[in-house]
Design a binder for this molecule. Sequence first.
Ligand code: PEP
Ligand code: MN
Length: 355
Amino acid sequence: MIIVLKAGTPQDEISHISEQIRETWNVNIETITGKHKVVLGMIGETATLDPFQIQKISPWVEQVLHIEKAFKRVSREYRYGEASEVIITTPNGNVSISEHHPIVTVAGPCSVENEEMIVETAKRVKAAGAKFLRGGAYKPRTSPYAFQGHGESALDLLATARQVTGLGIVTEVMDASDLPAIIKVADIIQVGARNMQNFSMLKKVGAQDKPVLLKRGMSATIDEWLMAAEYIMAAGNPNVILCERGIRTFDAKYARNTLDLSVLPVLRSLTHLPIMIDPSHGTGRSEYVGPMAKAAIAAGTDSLMIEVHPNPAKALSDGPQSLTPDGFDSLMQELSVFGKVTGRWEEPALVGAIA
Ligand code: PEP
Ligand code: MN
């Protein structure tokens, strides 16, 4: 249940209303401060409460609404229709991912292989306009004999790339015991498709402060995905970004997955959380990445994730879907045309430009 307060409700009145509700109905209150309104989320046994009684608590209460859906904090109603903004602190400054900001691009290799390749890739993707460097230190591989990632030493290499370029770092957690080491380096913690319903891990990433990128499980329904996000938010972390990375369908002959771009309008109606589209894992083929990235922009994505490797033919994972740095640079120029049409593109700062 949520309590929408009238615009301009004074702070001491907000505290008073919260206190009254807490005491009278024995529930917890979460304050959600939107751009225009303050909304109080009632957390607890609220199904049988009478909205009219709550309404009577203060003349500042505008409306009391039941959230019918199974997911509460994630739902669009929970913020009274307003989109949320995930603000990520990077050495280059704060970056906002939301439906009201320019599209944010995350780029980099599937796996961190060595210092030279990660630093070089970081410099190139930054120059092309990416705001975040991605790279796996711990890789979820289908075969136990495939390259598993360099682990902690790869985290050190990501830290070096972060220091050199100032880009924010996105990297995946596969095992909650690695979280303390990952948190030191990552600006966004990625939960991969295969762990989307690893509920104990969701609780742990929810109990730390770094924003979380939650990829959609390869056979997860939208409700299951949103409930996974609810786990993170219920554990205390409101900064969740949803990433569509393709689902399994009956046809995987030509593309690795089916990139479900219909999630863009669907999620917009269901949730306030920002959305990222990953056309690299979504298609599995570098030649399909550009068209799907353009489509994602047209359909209103807030963010893109694109795999880039200096030598895709020699990549230790996901080479076939990786762009070269030159390919990424050209793609970003093409994407800027689409981004400008939708009013959501920010040109990269010119290197060496005079202010
Ligand atoms: C990745 O980002 O490299 C990755 C393994 O992604 P996913 O979990 O979507 O397969
Ligand atoms: Mn990959």
